[in-house]
Ligand binder design. Structure first.
Ligand SMILES: [Zn+2]
Length: 57
């Protein structure tokens, strides 16, 4: 499940467990489930961070 930290100046989108209640990095408990757009941005960022897939064969 993807969450968004609502703490001022944080707004970090992160993947957490189903019963996640706090953002472990900043320790704040003001998190909410990320919107569909935030999820998309999250996965896009992660995909871009990866090196380009190599063709096998
Ligand atoms: Zn935070």
């Amino acid at each position: 499940m993807i969450y968004c930290c609502q703490t001022k100046c944080c707004h970090f989108v992160f993947a957490g467990g189903t019963h996640q209640s706090a953002y472990p990095d900043c320790g704040k408990k003001r998190i909410r489930p990320a919107t569909r757009e935030e999820c998309a941005a999250y996965f896009r960022q992660r995909t871009e961070a990866l090196p380009p897939a190599r063709r096998s064969g």
